[in-house]
Ligand binder design. Sequence first.
Ligand code: GLN
Length: 358
Amino acid sequence: MKTRYLILEDGSCYKGYAFGSDNYQVGELVFNTGMSGYQEVLSDLSYCGQIVMMTYPLIGNYGINRDDFESLNPAVFGFVVKEACEKPSNFRGDMSVDEFLKLKHIPGIYGVDTRAITRKIRNKGTMRAIMADEGVNVEETVSMLKNTDFLHDQVKRVSTQKPFPIPNRGKKVVLMDFGAKHGIIRELSKRNCDLIVVPYDTSAEEIMALHPDGVMLSNGPGDPKDMEGPIKEIQKLMGQVPIFGICLGHQLISLACGANTTKLKFGHRGCNHPVVNLASGKVEITSQNHGFAVEEESLAGTDLVLTHRALNDKSVEGVKHSKYPVFSVQYHPEASPGPEDANYLFDDFMKLMEKENM
Ligand SMILES: NC(=O)CC[C@H](N)C(=O)O
């Protein structure tokens, strides 16, 4: 067992053990409360630039399999767990989390008190952090962390470089890829959508030249305000074609309509976040992963109407446009991982495309 440290910008240093690679990078330390679904979390590209800490104490017991990836090349900067299972047991399991992290050059640390660190983040907010080997100069590392900015412009690292089709016989949907989860593609393909996945910086003209029935704006990493170019293109698309946005896509629609986004103290990351649908009054248990949110007060004076609200902190979870066929949610109707209560939103998108293209 090799000792490894996790150092936070507030000066705290936690001693644990090494697993995964030793490709240490400064990242924003965030926590995820999912009790399972670590493979989907590790491969969710929205975590680019972040070190993810799981609050559930045992991680890795069912290994890593070939079916549950949300991307082919994970972009997470590190993985922190209490106990890492060395010998997974599952009929689908191909390798252990340790082997997977090594393969993908992601550093991991286990044996630290993840619940104590989570309480610290809940009190003080998310922080920059880095892992290090024995003998590290903690003081120097802490001042380096304090002088390092949070990462920006992660989307260009994770978006596809070139457009590519995922053919089918149904509605033609252009998916703007800001770091799209495979779950979004799965849900649209399941509904026979003829998909064209395009890079994040594709222009509205290029998108309309593909004659889409609808445009899907994906999830993605980082601060939505980094995305000035795509926001302008979304403004041009609105009114021309039905649009559905998820997570970063929702934040971009909101910014495009003149609303504002702010950084949350410690974000929402997990599989059991209750959200109320304000039209039906029903509560959905949702999968979430976001560190920014749309400011409710900033919706006043825009064409956006609040449709969903988080029950834990009352933050904005969904909006729709009052004039155009445009709607979006902050959470993940594609689940993966998590409950599928909100899966109906993909059916709503299909109905919207049906109605608009009659
Ligand atoms: N999953 C996402 O799309 C995350 C959106 C954005 N990067 C945030 O953290 O709020």
